[in-house]
Write a protein that binds this ligand. Structure first.
Ligand code: SF4
Ligand code: SF4
Length: 503
């Protein structure tokens, strides 16, 4: 066992109201700079939809993430491996282009005040923030905001391709239109493709908290990370000639403050805590078929109450405060204990450390005759009569494993049915017991999930020990965490999760 720590987050999608406050907080703090105008380290997408940059999930187009070869038992970067990059360092054809993001623009506000006296009202024309020339606005970072249920935008969502023709048609029916919000930041992955692809060795994962950073001194602007990140969460700054990404507000974390996106979140959908994981299990967690990926990623995360894990953590320089924080971690509860938070697109095999509790909306207010109905007998439909097919949700959150996402929905529904029976006396005892049994859940568990979902204090949602990089680093045998797969030459560039000392 090789115990590591990771600062990790859970986003509870039922609570996201799509207000974009998180996005604006992040923008104001980190990317309100020349060359970073088009960057949104935090963005909120509407699903079904194509997101930002457009169709980022389409790896046939962008070639991001890892590929598993079942025959050889190896995983390799989809874009190109070590040798490929060295021999083709100037060849990077799968980068998103400006049109895939959008042209950042502002308005000629000055015209409103300084225009010559004319008969017509002066206007503030949109101008490109890159060229300074007038532009026709045709896209933006949240262009399809709230419109994704409409055929115009939803039809191009790559996750819909997995549905049958009939399911797609039904979904795009005006009567059935349905959407939810998906906030996204860098996942601070345990097997980050961005780091493995970097020819300059500029990307590293911090030993003390698992945050993935780009060293601005070392970055040479090759942009291999931009191609390799399947979530498109590294960005090229055309002004500095370097790549940049979300830093999980580490200066705020080190001074005991929550990240800006977390702190400003209106829906209080965000939870942040520490998880301990076993680095030895990383190869086994990514070299499996898609349907096993989520299960294996759960296995990677260790029980912080287990004496053997505690001993392993201490042996690796992880202090008592961190172990206590891991024991109180809301992330551990949602991901491992209750198993209702899932990684986004686990099939990219980067082991993302940001998890999502899927929204209940797909199974709500839809009756057995296939009609939308809020005043029906039961607010929850059977899973066979969903508004949004489970296959779609599985494509996002369980690498296509439909039974696994159905299990999560059974749990989420059981919590709601249980709480409604307590609060509004809507369900018979038999029905409540049946729902709990179907979800393999106790009444106590349902109450605990409800409490952390609906009534958490800030201290319940943000559980992190006070720390400073200097002191953490001094006692830490991991100068940077590097990927054991890459050490065996399977992947990237000297990025290994194995401790440097003694190997
Ligand atoms: Fe790297 Fe993962 Fe973040 Fe992408 S999401 S930039 S692969 S750490
Ligand atoms: Fe959703 Fe919170 Fe962001 Fe608002 S601030 S869009 S509720 S994640």
């Amino acid at each position: 066992m090789n115990v590591r720590r990771q600062v990790s987050m859970v986003f509870h999608l039922d609570k996201c109201i799509g207000c974009h406050t998180c996005t604006v907080a992040c923008k104001n703090l980190w990317t309100d700079r020349k060359g970073a105008e088009y960057m949104w380290w935090n963005n909120v997408e509407t699903k079904p939809g194509t997101g930002y940059p457009t169709q980022w999930e389409n790896q046939s187009k962008y070639q991001g993430g890892w590929e598993y070869n079942r025959k050889t038992g190896r995983i390799t970067l989809k874009h190109q491996g070590k040798l490929g990059t060295l021999t083709n360092i100037f060849y990077n054809p799968n980068l998103p282009e400006m049109d895939d993001y959008y042209t950042p623009w502002t308005y000629q506000y000055r015209e409103l005040f300084e225009a010559a006296k004319i008969d017509d009202q002066p206007t503030a024309r949109p101008i490109s923030m890159v060229t300074g020339e007038p532009v026709d606005i045709e896209a933006g970072p949240n262009w399809d905001d709230d419109l994704s249920g409409s055929p115009l935008y939803a039809a191009n969502d790559i996750n819909l391709y997995k549905l049958t023709e009939e399911q797609r048609e039904k979904l795009l029916d005006v009567e059935r239109m349905v959407f939810f919000y998906l906030p996204r930041i860098c996942n601070h992955c345990v097997n980050p493709a961005c780091a493995a692809a970097c020819p300059s060795g500029a990307i590293y994962k911090r030993g003390e908290d698992g945050i993935v950073l780009i060293d601005q001194e070392k970055c040479r602007g090759w942009r291999m990370c931009v191609t390799a990140c399947p979530y498109k969460k590294t960005f090229y700054n055309w002004n500095t000639g370097k790549s940049e990404k979300c830093i999980l507000c580490f200066p705020r974390l080190e001074s005991g403050q929550a990240p800006a996106c977390f702190h400003s979140c209106v829906g209080r959908i965000r939870y942040l805590g520490v998880v301990l994981y076993d680095a030895e299990k990383i190869p086994g967690a990514v070299k499996v078929d898609n349907w096993e990926l989520v299960e294996k990623q759960r296995e990677l995360i260790l029980d912080p109450h287990d004496p053997e894990v505690i001993a392993g953590a201490k042996a690796n320089g992880i202090g008592d405060e961190w172990i206590k924080a891991a024991q109180k971690s809301p992330v551990y509860k949602f991901v491992k204990e209750w198993q209702i938070a899932l990684p986004l697109h686990a099939e990219f095999r980067t082991l993302p450390m940001l998890f999502y509790i899927p929204p209940l909306l797909p199974v709500m207010a839809f009756n057995k005759n296939g009609q939308y109905e809020t005043a029906g007998e039961d607010i929850f439909a059977d899973m066979e009569h969903y508004r949004l097919p489970m296959r779609y949700m599985a494509s996002l959150f369980s690498a296509g494993n439909v039974p696994l996402i159905e299990d999560v929905y059974r749990k989420l529904m059981a919590v709601r049915i249980f709480m409604r029976s307590q609060e509004v006396d809507e369900y018979s005892d038999d029905k409540v017991q049946a729902a709990l049994k179907r979800a393999n859940m106790t009444a106590e568990e349902a109450e605990a999930i409800h409490k952390l979902t609906s009534l958490p204090t800030f201290e319940d949602r943000f559980v992190l020990p006070p720390y400073q990089r200097e002191s953490e680093h001094a006692g830490n045998p991991f100068e940077s965490m590097l990927d054991p797969l890459s050490r065996r030459g399977e992947t990237g560039f000297g990025f290994s999760l194995v401790p440097k000392r003694g190997l």
